[in-house]
Design a protein around this ligand. Structure first.
Ligand SMILES: [Zn+2]
Length: 205
């Protein structure tokens, strides 16, 4: 009976996360990667979610998820929002302390997905007119965890956090004080906010 109970709670967590992701207008591909649910189960869940929340506007996006690191560098406003979101992702424990290999496969998971939703919802509350969609936030989290297309950079002057793409590392400056940002080992991750919600990662050897 214990095994059945465990499976039930694991499935329940997957479905709860999938509903949160649907609410954030995540793509089916993203929901599949982070919850492990099949496309068929996601479609059914989407239909029943739309039925149960009649009147709530949720768009369903199809096609591929964002893949452009340059998006975060398009304007000063986006650079500032990206730096702020990266800080929140870090504070919520979404980003691992060290770069992880094959981040697109190793980062998505139910526990980290919950933290990612917590972080994005907080970001949306504290940011006036946010321009970064949830899908772009997912891309940012995975890219920063992998450290290939994008890297988390630290300001040695004010300890601010920023991001640089691999081509513009030398030009990235701190949004708070203008100091040149440098790649630096991140401080130890903050304690997870909820028991059992720690998103485990394997550090690079
Ligand atoms: Zn600074």
């Amino acid at each position: 009976m214990r095994v059945t109970d465990d499976r039930y709670s694991r499935d329940r967590l997957r479905y709860d996360l999938a509903v949160r992701l649907i609410r954030h207008e995540a793509r089916t591909q993203t929901i599949r990667q982070w919850t492990g649910l099949t496309d068929d189960r996601i479609r059914k869940l989407y239909r029943s979610y739309v039925r149960s929340t009649e009147g709530t506007r949720v768009r369903r996006h199809r096609g591929k998820s964002p893949r452009q690191a340059s998006f975060f560098n398009r304007s000063r406003a986006l650079q500032e929002e990206t730096a702020s979101l990266a800080s929140v992702l870090w504070q919520f424990g979404v980003l691992p302390a060290q770069r992880v290999p094959d981040a697109a496969r190793s980062v998505p998971g139910v526990a980290r997905g919950e933290l990612l939703c917590d972080a994005y919802e907080t970001h949306a509350r504290i940011t006036p007119e946010p321009q970064i969609s949830f899908e772009h936030a997912v891309y940012l989290a995975v890219a920063l965890a992998g450290g290939v297309e994008l890297r988390a950079l630290h300001c040695r002057h004010c300890r601010g956090l920023g991001c640089g793409d691999s081509l513009a590392l030398r030009k990235a400056t701190c949004m708070s004080c203008g100091e040149t940002l440098r790649p630096a080992p991140l401080a130890p991750a903050p304690a997870p906010r909820r028991a059992g919600a720690q998103a485990g990662t394997a550090p690079l050897p």
